[in-house]
Ligand binder design. Sequence first.
Ligand code: 9G3
Length: 575
Amino acid sequence: MRYSQLLLPTLKETPAEAEIVSHQLLLRAGFIRKLTAGIYAYLPLGLRTLRKIEAIVREEMNRAGAQELLLPMVQPADLWQESGRWEKYGPELLRFVDRHQRASCLGPTHEEVITDLVRMNVHSYKELPLNLYQIQTKFRDEIRPRFGLMRGREFVMKDGYSFDADEAAAGITYNKMKEAYSRIFARCGLSCRAVEADTGTIGGNFSHEFMVLAATGEDTIVVCTACDYAANMEKATCPPPAPAATLPAMLELERIATPGQKTVEEVTAFLGITPDQLVKTMIYLADGKPVAALVRGDHEVQPVKLKNLLGVVDVELAGEDTIRKICDLVPGYLGPIGLTMPVVADHQVMVMANMVTGANQEDVHLKNVNLGRDFTVSQAGDLRMATAVDSCPQCHGRLELPRGIEVGHIFKLGTSYSEALQATFLDDHGKRQPFVMGCYGIGVSRCIAAAIEQNHDDNGIIFPLPIAPFQVILLNLSPKDVEISRGADNLYEELTSRGIDTLHDDRNERPGIKFKDADLIGIPLRVMVGKRFAEAGEVEIKQRASGDTQVLPMAGAADALVAMLDRIMTGAPKA
Ligand code: 9G3
C-alpha cells in the first residue's frame, strides 16, 4: 500500500473529547472517526487491525470445533417476549417498530435468535455437541458512551453459543472455549488473565471474564500471588472471619457529640479510634426499596455482592436527598439503630463488639453499639470489596488488585434459554431434553483499544505484530531523489512479493514528519531508504517496540526483515 494514496488522516493534536490513551491514539493515528455518540467509522488502518483480530478469533474458534454462521442484526420482539427479556431491559435495548408495526430491536446479543434457530433445526442427541459463533455488529444504547472503541454503542463482537446433551458435555465445551480464548488473546499479543466473574443478568451460575491488565481498565480484579486464584472484584470472595474465641463484654451504650464529623477519617480522628472499630451504614435502593448495608469502617460495599445477597435486579446507592426525604435520616450520621428498613451486614460486622456507629441524628455518634442488644440484621453475608490485606480465599496467599479491561466473557448458561424457548432434543432413550447451553463473547473492536492501552508510549501506538495493520513501514526519505526513490520502490516490490504487509511512505514530506507518523501508527518494523542508500547502498531498520536499529546492505534487507518477522512471530504464541 502506498501512503500517498491512503486515507490515513493523522493528527498532531489530541482531540479534546478523548479521555483515555487508546481513544486519543486511534483518532490521532487516523484509525477511526466518530460518526455520532458511541458510533465509529473504521478507516483503512483501523479496519485492517480489526480484520487481523477477527482472523485469529476465527482460526482458534474453528480449531476448537465451532462453526461460523451469521445471524440477523434486526430481531423480532416476540423471541424476547418468549424468553421474558423484552420487559427486563431498559432503554439500552434499542427498540423500534417496522412498517408493518412489528415490534423489533437491534441485536445487543443473540441468545434468543440462536436458540430459536437450533430448536427449529436440531432434534437429536446425535447432532450434539454443537458450537456456533458469529462475528457481527451489536448495538447497545449505552447512556454515556465514551472512551472510543472501549465503550461504544455499536461494536463488533464474536458471540458463540454451544448446545450439549448434558452438564458434563457442556463442561467439556466450556473448557475448550476457555483454552481457545487464552490462545486467542495470547496470539493477539495481549497479556490477559481469565478471572472468575459474576454472571450478571444473563442467568446461569458460572462464568469467566478475560481481562487485559491495564491501569486504565474499568474493572478491578483480585489476583493471588501464590496460586492461580483470580476473580473479578464483583465475585472475589472474602472469607468469613474466624469466630472470636470470646467476645469482649458489652459496654454501656453512649451518645457522643461529634459536631461536623461525618467521614470515617473525621470520626476516627475525632474519637481516637481506628476504622475497624467503626461501622458504616450505607443506604441502597434495592429494586427501588431502601436497604441499609453495614460494613466495617475500613471496608467498602461491593454492590454486585449486595444485589446477589438480596436477590434483586438492581441496587443503587441512595443519594443525600433520598436519605433525607424518603428515609428521613441524616447523611453522615447514619447508624443501624432504630431503622425501619431492612438491615444487612457484612460477615466482619457480625463479629464486632462495642462498635461506633452514627446515631441517626445530626452531629451525634454512638459508642459501644452491640448486635442483638441494640439492633438486629435481617441477613449477613459477604458484602464487601476484597482488599490487598485480605488473604487468598483459596490458599491464604497475598492478593494483588490490578485493573483490567474485559475483552471476553464466557458463561455456563445451563438450560435457562432452552427451557424458556422449549428448545429440546431427543436423547438416546428417546426422551425429550432441553439443550444444555453455554455462551461466549469477545469484544473484537474493544480488543483494538485494549491492545493500545497495553502497548503504547509517548510517540504513539506500539502494535503487537500479529494484529498490526502492516508488518513493515518503508520510508523513502528522499522522495525527490530518483535513485533513492527507485531503491525504495524496488524494496517495496520485493517485500510485497515476499508476502510482507508493507506500507510504503512515498509522500513528498520531509523525514521528520515520516518518523513521527511511523511511530504514531505503531507499525512494528520501520525500514528507511535515504542518503545512506545513495552513498553506500545501505538501508536502516528500526524496531518500534525496542527502538533497536541496524544498518545493512539493501541486498540483504528483504531476507533480514523476513527473518526478523519470523523471530518476532515465533516469540509470539504459535498460530
Ligand atoms: C440486552 C442488552 C444488553 C446486554 C444484554 C442484553 C449484556 C445481555 C449479557 C450478554 C451475555 C453474553 C453472548 C455473548 C457473550 C455475552 N448486555 N448481556 O444479555 F438486551 Cl440491551 O450479552 N451474550
